[in-house]
Design a protein. Structure first.
Length: 362
């Protein structure tokens, strides 16, 4: 296999953004959080408020059987590629292998989460001032770029909490008819949504699957032990706060196509998976969900929304985000793909950054 080329910006240790992968993520847990706790850390927001989500637009009443592609149009494709992908393909005169693209993405995106944003903003502003004092316009330009990147990431991750969006996800996941479910998360990355589901429906088991070992060792493996998930105490039925190390989780580093499980999971989850498959392979992706589902089981799926903010993010952050095929959809397009492939949509809606569907098999 040809040598993998890492993003130049990710390798530059003097840049304020993003943080290096050696930086700690989160904090050790010293005490349990109270229900209702709300806190902004340097890296993420903690939100245990039990109230309506900032955004959950429920469109479950839509008649999916009457939709056509003429009605909804086709998804938007992000085609501003990362410099790593472009450099690889120019050097080797062949497409960047899909697995290598995912490794680049996971490493680069994880660095966003590791960034202590206020600290990095101070560093970038100081670097800008120092560069101007030395009339170093190249370094000043880099510092200005970092200031812009940090402003965008700060708004998405810390101000809007749009990446994890715990209140929106809880609203989407509410009302599942499951008890002590076995949960399978396809393309799990950090496993966040499976942990939120397990907090809401405790007593079962989580299997996370991703073919990038970095997800097992770092994105999930170093997920903050102090990050709380609002859920239910199965002994009392009252609300309870859960943490990663209190959940039975197994991480399997494997290609989904090679998994040996049968139809044995109550819930199959994917978050941002379908949009990476061109139309010719959408049915294959959806079959991956069907293949492991118990009779009567539930599929929970989200995809990134086709909205102005999302387009700006994926274009501005292309060097870190865009190593492979990606679409942005609206919830009708996502639903139509699933409707055409044998799924019965029971719940549908829009949260901050994603479309969401809860489905059964027809």
């Amino acid at each position: 296999m040809a040598t993998l080329i890492a993003p130049e910006t990710a390798a530059a240790s003097t840049r304020a953004f993003p943080a290096q992968t050696s930086r700690p993520w989160g904090r050790p847990r010293r005490a349990r959080h109270d229900i209702g706790h709300h806190e902004l850390t340097g890296q993420y927001r903690i939100d245990l408020r039990d109230q309506a989500p900032d955004l959950f637009d429920d469109v479950s009443a839509m008649d999916w059987t009457t939709l056509t592609w003429r009605d909804v149009g086709r998804p938007y494709r992000t085609e501003k590629w990362s410099s790593a992908r472009t450099s690889y393909e120019q050097t080797h005169q062949q497409p960047l292998p899909i697995a290598d693209g995912w490794r680049l993405f996971n490493t680069a995106f994880h660095q966003f989460f590791l960034t202590d944003v206020p600290d990095a903003q101070r560093q970038a502003k100081a670097q800008f001032g120092e560069a101007l004092s030395r009339f170093d316009m190249h370094e000043a330009k880099e510092a200005l770029q970092d200031i812009a990147y940090l402003a965008v990431w700060n708004k998405i991750m810390r101000v809007e909490d749009a990446v994890w969006d715990p209140r929106g996800k809880r609203a989407l996941f509410a009302g599942l008819e499951v008890k002590k479910p076995r949960i399978l998360f396809l393309g799990a990355a950090d496993g966040y949504e499976a942990m939120q589901l397990a907090a809401m429906y405790p007593g079962g088991e989580i299997v996370l699957v991703d073919y990038d070992a970095f997800c097992a060792t770092d994105r999930f493996g170093k997920f903050p032990l102090d990050y709380p998930f609002l859920g239910v105490d199965p002994t009392t039925g009252h609300q309870r706060v859960w943490y990663r190390d209190e959940m039975p989780i197994h991480f399997e580093v494997a290609d989904i196509r090679d998994l040996q499980y049968g139809q044995e999971f109550d819930v199959v989850v994917s978050i941002g998976l379908l949009e990476h498959f061109p139309d010719a392979h959408k049915a294959e992706c959806l079959e991956m969900h069907r293949r492991f589902l118990k009779p009567g089981g539930t599929v929970v799926m989200t995809t990134p929304r086709n909205q102005f903010k999302s387009r700006v993010f994926y274009n501005l952050m292309a060097d870190w985000m865009n190593h492979g095929y990606r679409e942005l959809m609206d919830v009708r397009q996502m639903g139509l793909y699933c409707q055409e492939n044998g799924f019965d949509i029971r719940r549908a809606g829009v949260i901050k950054a994603h479309n969401g569907l809860v489905m059964k098999l027809r």
